[in-house]
Design a protein around this ligand. Sequence first.
Ligand code: SF4
Length: 251
Amino acid sequence: MRLAVTDPGVPEIFHSLQGEGVSAGKPSVFVRLSQCNLHCVWCDTAYTWNFQDTEFQHRDDAPSAPRKYDRAQETVDRTVEELTAHLLALPCRRIIFTGGEPLLQQRELGELIQRLKEVDPSFYIEIETNGTIKPLGLAAELIDQFNVSPKLAHSGNDLAIRFKLETLRFYANDARANFKIVIETPSDLEEVKALVAEAGMPASRVWLMPEGRTPQELHQREHWLAEACLKAGYNFTGRLHIHLYGDTRGT
Ligand code: SF4
């Protein structure tokens, strides 16, 4: 499987508190997989996809010097067997596969989860996905929780690649799925309302989260967004890890 790294050759696997959404505050082991099928302009893990041999745009790009990552330096491959051994040796059984888009590697992911649960059925597996890919096979069967984060227009992705109605409806009909939507401005709320209605997402399973990679950016959006959540009946989530650790890898 292809993973992101904290340092060259060192897979980004770390023990921390979940910072966002329904499991916020829970101790978890994060496994960051590389590669994404979307390219959000504000993505805080652009090192999983904004490689030198691509032409994607990101907010950090300067016009004359786009910030591109070296694919060989930013990725590392591990077998399912190696990852199984690595995760079994860690002290926490809540595993969160994140990315990038983890479901791009869902066949191997399903095998890995199966091996983990065979050894210790207490493993609880969450996955963070952008909601454009349906889980299949072992992944569909064995993942305990889907944290689905559909992207709005401000992400900079074309509608055709970021919005897959049938897939969102699939998740809306699966009680294991909850939705986390990144909000930049109050005008995004109309887009959220339409998205939630069209996909049939129950408001009780929708979390709205301010966009921001610094405590200051988050603070500017938290107050009006909290009020908007109260009014509309959605859940609110901050980004605990940014407040605790900043925008750094491995946290
Ligand atoms: S879907 Fe997630 S990982 Fe992919 S570009 Fe958007 S924010 Fe980044």
